[in-house]
Design a protein. Structure first.
Length: 215
């Protein structure tokens, strides 16, 4: 299976004043690069992240589905064509329901793997001046996700994502979000997630905390 990559975007950390009030450092405003760029274990070489919770080997690439843009069109004024939530790759035909933990894809010369759901942050709400935007992303389970890089290499704007392998048993980003945000008292489901070999340390910590609350 091959999926259309609409845009690949990168950004630099800069001081941004939101709503003429709050100034903070952020790299949420990303733009497509020209030609090609090297994708390393920690992300595109010219991309930056401001906070510890963003980036790193487990969050080398931030993904968001182009299919989700239609939902936000009536909520966000002047919706951008790309990187609406600061994602690196905007892709058609793949949503949270299709992306399973551990699935691997070819992207240009690189091989990337689904690592964990994205946890939306407050900067997203500041960007658009919508106080409950993070909650809306969680409530609608349209969070996007992160990829780790298995094999480094050059990536161009003309490269699409090709599915190489689906991890079994399947555990989708949607299922993780649904359990966390909608069904957090489901002990059986939480234990299934905790026993899945593909979840990373951060995801395990989140669901361990949910599990302890049920004890």
């Amino acid at each position: 299976m091959e999926y259309k990559v609409n845009y690949i975007s990168i950004g630099k950390v800069e001081d941004v004043t939101f709503n003429n009030q709050k100034t903070k450092k952020t790299a949420i405003f990303k733009e497509p690069f020209e030609s090609k760029m090297y994708l390393s274990k920690t992300g595109f070489v010219e991309d930056q992240q401001q906070y510890k919770g963003h980036g790193g080997p487990e969050k080398a690439i931030c993904f968001y589905s182009k299919d989700n843009y239609a939902y936000w069109n009536d909520i966000i004024d002047r919706l951008p064509k790309y990187a609406i939530f600061g994602e690196n790759i905007t892709v058609s035909g793949l949503t949270e329901k299709d992306l399973n933990i551990g699935d691997t894809y070819q992207l240009g010369e690189a091989i990337i793997q689904v690592s964990c759901p994205r946890q939306p942050c407050a900067t997203i709400a500041l960007r658009y001046g919508i106080k409950d935007l993070v909650k809306r992303m969680a409530d609608n389970l349209k969070t996007g996700c992160y990829f780790r890089v298995i094999k480094e290499g050059d990536v161009s704007q003309n490269d699409n994502m090709k599915l190489l392998n689906t991890c079994k048993p399947q555990l989708s980003i949607y299922e993780l979000n649904e359990t966390r945000y909608k069904d957090s008292s489901n002990r059986e489901r939480i234990e299934y997630i905790l026993n899945h070999k593909g979840i990373n340390e951060e995801t395990r910590d989140i669901f361990n905390k949910l599990h302890k609350r049920l004890s």
